[in-house]
Design a protein around this ligand. Structure first.
Ligand code: PLP
Length: 430
């Protein structure tokens, strides 16, 4: 493949944009460096880069693009919306309709608010939980990413009885001290954290199905215990469904798993590719937010007509019968095909998959928590990533990210991907 134009643009990017990228995960730092490929156009399951190379895309913009790139129904909705003005700063019926659609899909959303990103949504749910409980501390799970607000860029202390430390320069130590981080799927440590800090905990922030150290499902009963223990101590349960909502079923992970949080944060998929976030939950809790209550949250761009209409169009598309069966079918085909190739070439790897989302971990061990994901072979992943890119397959440049299948992918795309995986494994096992 020729990357002449890509490299030239990336050089300009390095001169003009800090680090050459607008989000660190887009750089190839985690896969041994090099200039990231510069894409020009997306269509369905495919990307075309600025050198004319074509890729089957499994990045899906880190999750939002569940209907494929430039889906005609969503594109049409965005065009129509743009023609009527992109930002009003007044109420519109679009935001009402979209809120109603979310409530219909996810009954725990007694009240909803739109914001502009997953970061904002999570950040606000924490503030609301604090306002409601009058407490300051939160519990979160190791390795789960919840955006880049101060409170969630906090690393674990040395155990569940220890407070956190900043995980980014610029996060105050005092803020990190409000956060306790425990391993996902570890009920004992979770209970221990409550044992130590129970009456200070405002809320537990949890990805009900983890998407940020690969796809990791909760052990049976884990989320039920999270609810029981949190509620017994007067704390709220906040689901971060920024990745999971509408990814695995028409609704949230809460619908798929039959569990109910007090508050939920959304982003990614619900915007049809446009910037969006949303949060919502129990009415008695949400009533603490301005203008009804003393907890402040606002936004110039919040509920803008463009994102609302893109989101409505996206939900109309994926509500169609068969969406999730189709994603599951392609996911199973991809998983089974790769698993067979792992065996054939003696690659030390295994797969976690749920419907149309999966992760290949380069390890013998089944990954169920962050420590295990961290211990997987990053060099093997980096090699695999670059070989797959050369085969025309666009993956996220990190061993912790998921592959996302869209409804635009076809069985032929999966077959072509398996050929690319086989070619890559052959080279890896040389
Ligand atoms: N929560 C989860 C689970 C995420 O995966 C992300 C982003 O990857 C966020 C929150 C932050 O969302 P955003 O990037 O829209 O701010």
């Amino acid at each position: 493949m020729n990357f002449t134009n890509s490299n030239a643009i990336q050089q300009r990017a390095n001169a003009a944009i800090l680090g050459g990228v607008n989000s660190p995960s887009r750089s190839y730092k985690a896969v041994g460096g090099g200039a990231p490929v510069v894409m020009e156009r997306g269509e369905g399951a495919y990307f075309y880069d600025v050198d004319g190379n074509k890729y089957i895309d499994y990045l899906a913009a880190y999750g939002p693009i569940i209907a494929g790139h430039a889906h005609p129904h969503i594109t049409e909705a965005i065009k129509r919306a743009a023609e009527n003005g992109v930002l009003y700063g007044t109420p519109t019926e679009y935001e009402v309709k979209f809120a109603e659609m979310l409530q219909e899909a996810i009954p725990s959303l007694e009240k909803v608010r739109f914001v502009n990103s997953g970061t904002e949504a999570v950040m606000t749910t924490i503030r609301v939980a604090r306002a409601y409980t009058g407490r300051d501390k939160i519990i979160k799970f190791a390795g789960c990413y919840h955006g880049h607000s101060d409170l969630v860029l906090v690393a674990a202390g040395s155990g569940p009885s220890q407070l956190g430390t900043p995980d980014s320069a610029g996060v105050p130590k005092s803020v990190a001290q409000e956060v306790i981080t425990v391993p996902f799927n570890d009920i004992e440590q979770f209970k221990e954290a409550f044992h130590h800090f129970g009456d200070q905990i405002a809320g537990v922030l949890v990805e009900p199905i983890v998407g940020n150290f690969g796809i990791v499902e909760p052990h049976e009963g884990f989320l039920e215990v999270v609810n029981e223990v949190a509620h017994a101590h007067g704390a709220l349960v906040i689901y971060d469904e920024v990745i999971t909502a509408f990814r695995f079923c028409y609704g949230g992970a809460q619908d798929l798993l039959g569990v109910k949080p007090d508050l939920t944060a959304f982003g990614k998929v619900i915007g049809g590719g446009l910037p969006i976030g949303a949060y919502g939950g129990r009415q008695d809790i949400m009533e603490h937010v301005a203008p009804l209550g003393p907890c402040y949250q606002a936004g110039t761009m919040a509920g803008n007509p463009l994102s609302m209409q893109a989101g409505i169009a996206l939900l109309e598309v994926i509500k169609a019968e068969g969406t999730y069966e189709y994603l599951d079918k392609l996911g199973a085909m991809l998983e089974e095909g790769i698993a067979a190739l792992i065996n054939k070439y003696g690659i030390k790897a295994n797969i976690n998959r749920l419907k149309g989302a999966m992760t290949i971990y380069f390890t013998d061990e089944k990954v169920e928590n962050y420590d295990q994901a961290e211990a997987t072979d990053g060099e093997a992943f980096a090699k695999f990533f670059k070989l797959m890119l050369a085969e025309g397959i666009n993956l996220a440049p990190s061993k912790y990210e998921a592959w996302f299948i869209t409804i635009a992918h076809t069985e032929q795309d999966i077959k072509d991907t398996l050929v690319a995986v086989e070619n890559s494994f052959k080279k890896m096992s040389l």
